[in-house]
Design a protein around this ligand. Structure first.
Ligand code: PLP
Length: 395
């Protein structure tokens, strides 16, 4: 049972097409966020609920991927390699995408989804429509290029993607529509119907879709990839090995272009050009990541995370002044709190627990949300939730 969010929503049933420019609103990695993170560094025995770094919490990758990296290193495979990526790795990526229902037109290996965002942001002009709440670096990448616009996710309805809201958020300057699924920070997993309506709208307004599906293997409910429903609408599909495959330190990701009607030829040329001038991505990590993708070993990771998610949902549910839509994927929860989150996060830090304040994630998340990551052990999570309860109940 969820206490309050389903009924009250976040007031975002209505349109919120906000054109941001860096100085206007306190969000992203702004000074308030940085101050909090810096203060946290000097807190002894900090319980950090902000990091999504699976190996840091004992969720290790498949051993054979590491062994493959060591083998490649021993072989002295240290030449630059092709700027597009190592072809057996590209074939594995194509196979994985086909299994998800896609028809890849081209693939580019990148230094993580992060570099994929950076290349796309630099390769285009026009505004990028991103979700609110959003993944903070996504906002940061695109605000520094053509600028961002926001479309709201509706908290009262599993943080859903609502067709009319999306439509109302588009202007004649909008060029890209970004969908993060499973979603960071809300933990939402979008239904096929929601994805199909986003595809229809992108087609209608000539937008290019960007899908970030880096959490596709961390789902507690059935998952549909945008690859399987994008049809003729141009799609830049982003993924990597940092989360599902637990290899964040490899810094490895990829962009798959799906564009059956070749509407994005000049954009793709620009992206490739930028990749060419950054030379290449390490062969060693590509050959090892190929093994990780082929094994696709996620079930025990996901099962363990589900236990922690359940603990998080059950415990937060009982805490006064807090409610949360249960996450359906990702290791994140995005609870709503009845008073100003800025006061809450600082008071909580005094007890030794760090969470990310909602204001960083977008205009509608502030001032009543915060994000928790539930990768920590159950014992640590229980301790953290006790402290959250004591701070939240004192208002
Ligand atoms: N996309 C989302 C939605 C994320 O949450 C993260 C990391 O937290 C990334 C991308 C970063 O991906 P990578 O490690 O491949 O750069």
């Amino acid at each position: 049972m969820v206490k309050c969010c389903r009924r009250t929503g976040n007031g975002s049933g209505r349109c919120r097409s906000v054109e941001m420019n860096s100085a206007e609103v306190s969000l992203g990695y702004d000074s308030q966020y940085l101050k909090l993170m810096e203060a946290a560094q000097s807190v002894p025995d900090l319980i950090d609920l902000t990091q999504c770094d699976p190996p840091l919490y004992g969720f290790n990758p498949d051993k054979s991927a590491i062994e493959e990296a060591v083998k490649a290193l021993k072989k002295g495979k240290v030449d630059y390699g092709d700027f597009k990526g190592y072809s057996p790795f590209i074939e594995t990526i194509e196979k994985r995408c086909s299994k998800k229902g896609g028809t890849p037109s081209a693939v580019l290996v990148t230094h993580g989804v992060s570099e994929a965002f950076s290349l796309i942001a630099r390769a285009h002009t026009g505004k990028t429509l991103i979700p609110d709440p959003t993944y903070i670096p996504l906002y940061e990448h695109f605000r520094l290029s053509g600028g961002v616009q926001f479309y709201p996710l509706t908290e009262g309805d599993h943080w859903s993607l609502v067709e009319d809201d999306l439509r109302r958020s588009i202007t004649d300057q909008t060029r890209f529509l970004v969908i993060i699924n499973p979603n960071n920070p809300t933990g939402a997993v979008f239904r096929e119907k929601e994805l199909k309506s986003a595809v229809d709208i992108a087609g209608e307004y000539n937008l290019i879709l960007i899908a970030d599906e880096i959490y596709d293997g961390i789902c507690y409910t059935p998952f549909t990839s945008l690859l399987s429903v994008s049809g003729d609408v141009p799609l830049l599909y982003l993924n990597g090995v940092s989360k599902t495959h637990r290899l964040p330190g490899f810094r490895l990701g990829y962009i798959v272009l799906s564009d059956p009607e070749e509407k994005t030829a000049s954009l793709w040329q620009n992206i490739e050009h930028l990749a060419r001038i950054r030379l290449s991505v390490s062969y060693i990590f590509q050959t090892a990541a190929r093994i990780a993708l082929e094994k696709e070993d996620t079930s025990s990771f996901c099962e363990e995370l589900k236990k922690r998610r359940d603990l998080c949902v059950e415990t937060l549910e009982k805490i006064k002044n807090i409610c949360m839509i249960p996450p359906e994927g990702t290791p994140y929860g995005f609870p709503r709190i009845n008073f100003d989150e800025r006061k809450f996060v600082w008071n909580l830090l005094e007890t030794g627990v760090l969470v990310t304040p909602g204001f960083s994630y977008g205009p509608s998340a502030a001032p009543h949300h915060f994000r928790v990551t539930f990768l920590q052990s159950e014992a640590v999570l229980k301790e953290a939730f006790e402290r959250i309860a004591s701070v939240a109940s004192s208002g």
